[in-house]
Design a protein around this ligand. Structure first.
Ligand code: AMP
Length: 226
């Protein structure tokens, strides 16, 4: 891990459609560059599992594929940013609207931070449903797998931790994916322009093997942190 001041104060955003690989790639980048991955989807799933009031409200909305109200998500994000020294951060799943992009500016400014870069993961729209519907995760360590693109080398055994318990997200179904894609097109896609207008946007081809995409993204991050 590199503890250089640039990395310690970095605020990188990963943008891209549902299923573009933001979670998988954010995890790899966090490891490689010593950043903290903050996934708002993961924060909401944790709140839902913990049975908090906000979590219960979010769970129903997430299952439909709609966006959870800003006050719930932005509060969850603020709490996470304030939970100990997060160091450099890679945001995964936030902002998902131009209003949230403004909210993120304010959240960061209040903590003496600014956005380093927003990197979009570009995938063919027709590949998305297949990318989403086949994915599953090790319940113990969180390693991601896919029915078609990345099965564990030994069936039923996680390659990272050896665990044998896997789970699928309740919102990774064909019906929900359609709503998630429509929501993305309407509300999230304009966020790219928001950052392009501020010369903060970098685009990456996110089609292909996980390792190949990770290399392209790492080059982008190196450039952003230089
Ligand atoms: P993700 O894990 O990023 O795919 O997010 C899963 C679901 O959580 C989304 O479909 C939304 O319902 C909800 N969610 C995650 N991040 C946000 C956000 N920034 N704003 C609103 N809803 C969100």
């Amino acid at each position: 891990m590199d503890g250089s001041p640039v990395r310690q104060s970095a605020n990188l955003i990963l943008l891209g459609a549902p299923g573009a690989g933001k979670g998988t790639q954010a995890r790899l980048l966090a490891e490689r560059f010593g950043l903290t991955q903050i996934s708002t989807g993961e924060l909401l799933r944790e709140a839902a599992k913990a049975g908090t009031q906000a979590g219960a409200a979010a769970a129903e909305i997430m299952q439909r594929g709609d966006l959870v109200p800003d006050e719930i998500v932005t509060q969850a994000l603020a709490d996470r940013l304030d939970a100990g020294d997060v160091g450099g951060v890679i945001f995964d799943g936030y902002p998902r609207s131009v209003a949230q992009a403004h909210a993120l500016d304010a959240l960061l400014a209040a903590r003496g931070r600014t956005i380093t870069a927003a990197i979009s993961l570009d995938v063919y729209p027709e590949s998305i449903a297949e990318r989403i519907c086949g994915r599953f995760t090790c319940s113990t360590c969180g390693e991601g797998y896919h029915d078609r693109f990345k099965l564990p080398q030994i069936a039923g055994e996680c390659e990272v931790c050896g665990g044998g318990d896997f789970s699928r997200r309740v919102d990774d179904t064909t019906e929900t994916v359609l709503t998630r894609l429509a929501t993305y097109a309407e509300q999230t896609a304009p966020v790219e322009e928001f950052y392009a207008n501020r010369a903060l946007l970098k685009k990456t081809d996110a089609m292909g093997a996980i390792g190949a995409v990770a290399s392209r993204l790492s080059a982008c991050v190196e450039e952003a942190l230089a």
